[in-house]
Design a protein around this ligand. Structure first.
Ligand SMILES: *Cc1c(COP(=O)(O)O)cnc(C)c1O
Length: 457
């Protein structure tokens, strides 16, 4: 094991983690009471720990892995770039990888997007989109400081991104630090915020935008939305036409549409972009997670020429977009992103996943009648299984019971890594997952549900 040769043994490493590391989104008190799982290697859709145990990566290493771990073409592209240069600044200089990547992203982007701004993570891509939207109107001489967001939205963890977020548990703590926004009801059909019955859905939650924009006429810069799937809230799949309806209302009021494709982009919903399912043409698009195939941190904010042109002026007119990062458009990240796109073409990834999406649905059907499964939601390779105490009343387990966490722990004992979002078990396999692995993934999660819930009686 290379890790052991270089430093401590597994026991020491665990100790160092417990003594010095603060993990993201992690209740650290509980973390310190348990042995940390240290992943040392990867292979295809598997993660391998410091003891050599193998685990199926059922969440694509938090929604990023596309073609699997250690893909030879991905590895080779990054090594080749390393032989040229690891990093050169993007402030005042450019480099071949970024120029080519920008061209290729624009070629494949929906609608009229024509400009790419690079940063390092999804939250930053969102911050940039918010600044571009606000700056666009300001440069045209209009003061429009307001943004419309959705309840249950997640756009990242920096303060601007949290301001347009809507997940109570994550975001309420910070509310006093945030700028004011106008919320819209979340398209959470299983627990419809407007109390409507599903087959008769009239998209009233989207139509609420009409009232909000009328009330704030001339003051709203943009509406930001996760297209088709509100991911972090528990894979909440929007009803058909919801996104299109938002686009139409925004257009009528001349308000910009920002789509946050950080989770849904790069094939996750079965098409390259979620927008494509409804022929939506955004003014701004945020991409991150899958952009480098899950290898390195990179993100991009794509804008239309109309927005870009509003920032063109002599320096003394102060219309410049003052935003940037030390590692903006890092060349290793760009090389990984280019290899990612090459593999999409070479391996016909999107075509190849269509049958696997159907298989995934078929496997999930076994869970539909489970007495403690309230709803199974799926869009392509994004799946949320909502666990409930009681199906009829849709009542949830008490937060202190940590049902989602318990199911995930059981799955790990059975060689599968998944993550809960509250009591929703998320499955988000790499696009490269095999049919046999899909069956294993769903069956292990189903068994884990049974084991944990049987123990509760
Ligand atoms: C993960 C996510 C983000 C944040 O991306 P980071 O790279 O973690 O900052 C933003 N928006 C959506 C929809 C996401 O799923």
């Amino acid at each position: 094991m290379t890790g052991s040769q270089r430093s401590g043994d597994a026991r020491e490493l665990a100790e160092w983690d417990h003594r010095h590391v603060w993990h993201p989104f992690t209740p650290m008190q509980g973390w310190l009471e348990e042995e940390p799982l240290l992943i040392e290697r990867g292979e295809g859709c598997f993660l391998i720990d410091v003891h050599g145990n193998r685990y199926l990566d059922g969440v694509s290493s938090l929604w990023v892995t596309v073609h699997g771990h250690r893909h030879p073409k991905m590895d080779a592209a990054i090594r080749a770039q390393l032989d040229r240069i690891a990093h050169t600044t993007f402030l005042g200089l450019s480099h071949p990888g970024a120029a080519e990547l920008a061209r290729r992203l624009i070629e494949m982007a929906p609608g009229e997007l024509s400009r790419v701004f690079f940063s390092e993570n999804g939250a930053a891509a969102v911050e940039v989109a918010l600044k571009m939207a606000y700056g666009y109107w300001r440069n045209l001489g209009q003061e429009r400081p307001r943004f419309v967001r959705l309840e249950n939205a997640y756009h990242g963890d920096t303060i601007g991104a949290v301001s347009v977020g809507g997940i109570e548990r994550f975001h309420e703590t910070f509310r006093p630090l945030l700028f004011a926004t106008e919320p819209l009801p979340s398209p959470y059909c299983y627990r419809c915020p407007l109390g409507k019955e599903m087959p008769g859905c009239d998209l009233a939650c989207a139509d609420a935008l009409e009232e909000v924009l009328t009330r704030n006429e001339g003051a709203v810069a943009a509406i930001i939305v996760e297209p088709l799937v509100q991911g972090a809230a528990g894979i909440l799949t929007s009803p058909d036409g919801h996104l299109k309806r938002l686009e139409q209302i925004a257009r009528r009021h001349d308000v910009l549409l920002i789509v946050d494709e950080v989770a849904t982009g790069f094939g996750r919903t079965g098409k390259m972009w979620a927008c494509e399912h409804e022929g939506v043409e955004p003014d701004l698009l945020c991409a991150a997670k899958g952009i480098t195939g899950g290898y390195l941190p990179l993100s991009a904010t794509l804008a239309t020429e109309r927005i870009f042109e509003a920032f063109l002026a002599a320096p003394e007119e102060h219309k410049t977009l003052y935003h940037g990062h030390s590692y903006s458009a890092n060349p290793l990240c760009c090389a990984a992103a280019l290899a990612n796109l090459d593999i999409f073409e070479d391996e016909d990834t999107l075509e190849g996943m269509q049958g696997k999406i159907v298989l995934l649905s078929q496997e999930l059907a076994a869970l539909q009648d489970h007495p403690h499964v309230g709803e199974v939601r799926q869009r392509g390779f994004m799946v949320g299984i909502e666990i409930v105490r009681d199906r009829d009343s849709q009542s949830s387990f008490d937060f202190s019971e940590q049902m989602g966490v318990e199911v995930v722990k059981e799955a790990r004992r059975r060689g599968v890594i998944v993550r809960p979002l509250g009591d929703v078990i998320v499955l988000m396999p790499p696009l490269a997952i095999s049919e046999a692995e899909i069956s294993t993934l769903v069956r292990v999660v189903a068994t884990s549900l049974d084991v944990v819930l049987a123990a509760r009686g």
